[in-house]
Design a protein around this ligand. Structure first.
Ligand code: TRP
Ligand code: ZN
Length: 481
């Protein structure tokens, strides 16, 4: 926080030392204070980060380094109480900033030691700290809140957010559901470490990302403490509360923690026990596993028919098959460690995870990736002609709307882009690119232009423009090569 004294000092400096400015420049300074050499007051941070599909998602003016979430949930009462403490760095002088929070009752907001004023409009929680925050300053904001968290319906009709199950809840956040259960900078471009402390009625368990650091029972309630040290996009945070069969093992040095709905336990076991084998294979193809724990959550929630690559511990809506396990584990490299800069870059997640399925099959005696590509191209891959045509409805790098960021072109045509790159640069360079991409952007963010630039750098002299134009950005079905 800016101390009172420093604020006064900066007022004095601006009054005494800054030479008088002509009127138009003064006006410009009023609009763009930071451009005028350490203005007296900060300006409000943006209410979004201009995501092309979710313009209100995320917030400008700061960068979260750490979320400390302390939650208590009683499934019978469907009541959550929470205290969220965010540690963030200001990226501009701030008079106010926004957090994203959907529903819930906000009880108190503090910034540093001081009570802050706040107001709400839709998903935007605007916080006005007592004192302005300086650019580059690290500050702490604490939000106390409670209520019945909402289930969110996505533009494509799928359900996320806070999903009630028969014995508890499952929290899923792609693309925007995490704002239903904690306030934050809910955009993939702002990644942070997490510590989560969750108290539930005794007999239930709370399972989240990362490592279980504590489990204590007192007065009829159990508190679980989870730690995620590596940066995580908030859409990859999860929380499953309920009755689970727990298994702990190791994949080499890596701790494996799986939590499975008892009704899915028998069917899940033969697949989940192969997590170490899949990771060994993936490390050979993609490079070192990027997180310090792994595992899976299998839980049934009504209306949730999809799996999600929640960081270090993917969620499955029922016992997975090998292909789905490979897909979600591949996302740990492509999506979770290397995270899209915006929701437009979804194919960098889904195209890669789909290509990982093809590679797994190729490396295990099944069809080669080229054969899968050919089947997609001819339409033989699908049961119906209509399904085959959907792959060509739009270019993977440019979905036409928020409702379509997880449509077939993003998955299949996205994977086809990688096959085209492979054939253009050759296997040796291609697998170097897969590993190098994961290494170069490890724990960071990247967009489609970063990808094409990276491939071109790794394949000097190769003309890839045709691949990008036809397969990545082009409308319609590309002509056969
Ligand atoms: N990412 C998930 C997967 O393929 C699928 C998914 C679930 C999804 N919810 C989404 C994709 C919302 C885009 C948007 O493993
Ligand atoms: Zn996926």
């Amino acid at each position: 926080m800016v101390s009172r004294d420093r604020r006064i000092a900066s007022v004095a400096r601006s009054v005494r030392l800054v030479p008088p400015l002509p009127a138009p420049a003064l006006l410009a300074c009023a609009l763009v204070l930071t451009a005028c050499g350490g203005g007296v007051h900060g300006t409000p941070g943006g209410s979004g980060v201009r995501d092309p599909y979710f313009p209100k998602a995320g917030n400008g003016g700061y960068d979260v380094a750490h979320y400390g979430l302390r939650l208590a949930y009683d499934p019978e009462a469907h009541h959550l109480t929470g205290t969220a403490t965010l540690t963030a760095r200001a990226t501009q002088d701030l008079s106010a900033f926004n957090l994203d929070l959907l529903g819930m009752e906000v009880e108190q907001v503090t910034v540093g030691q001081g009570i802050a004023r706040w107001n709400r409009a839709g998903q935007e929680l605007t916080v006005r700290p007592h004192d302005d925050i300086d650019r580059d300053e690290t500050f702490r904001v604490t939000v106390r809140y409670s209520g019945a968290p909402e289930t969110v319906t996505d533009p494509d009709g799928s359900r996320e957010g806070w999903l009630r199950t028969t014995d508890g809840v499952l929290a899923l956040g792609e693309p925007t559901g995490s704002m239903a259960w904690f306030p934050g900078n809910h955009h993939p471009s702002d990644k942070a470490a997490y510590d989560l402390e969750v108290t539930v009625p005794k007999g239930l368990r709370a399972v989240s990302n990362g490592q279980l650091r504590g489990e204590t029972t007192a007065r009829g309630r159990t508190t679980f403490v989870w730690h995620s040290g590596e940066p995580m996009a908030s859409y990859l945070a999860t929380l499953a509360i309920g009755r689970f069969e727990i298994s702990r093992s190791r994949a080499g040095e890596l701790p494996v923690y799986t939590a499975v709905d008892p009704a899915e336990a028998a069917a899940s076991r033969p697949v989940l026990r192969r997590i170490p084998e899949v990771l060994r294979w993936a490390e050979r193809r993609f490079g070192p596993y990027p997180f310090s724990s792994t595992g899976a959550i299998v839980d049934r929630a009504p209306d949730v028919g999809y799996a999600l690559e929640t960081q270090s511990r993917p969620v499955f809506p029922g016992a997975p098959d090998m292909t789905l396990l490979v897909h979600e584990l591949a996302h740990q490299w492509y999506g979770d460690s290397v995270t899209p800069e915006s929701w437009r870059d979804m194919w960098l997640n889904e195209g890669f995870a789909t290509y990982a399925e093809w590679l797994w099959e190729e490396d295990h005696g099944g069809d080669s990736a080229r054969e899968t590509f050919d089947a997609l191209y001819s339409g033989a891959y699908f049961d119906t002609e209509e399904a085959g045509e959907e792959v060509w409805e739009f270019p993977p790098a440019d979905p036409p709307s928020a409702a379509r960021i997880s449509d077939p072109p993003v998955y299949w045509r996205g994977a086809m882009v990688l096959q085209k790159v492979r054939e253009a640069v050759g296997d040796a360079r291609f697998f170097g690119i897969l590993r190098g991409w994961a290494a170069t952007y490890r724990h960071g963010n990247a967009d489609t232009a970063d990808f094409t630039a990276y491939v071109e750098k790794r394949a000097p002299g190769e003309d890839l423009a045709g691949v990008w134009d036809a397969w990545l950005y082009g409308e319609g079905k590309p002509e056969r090569p």
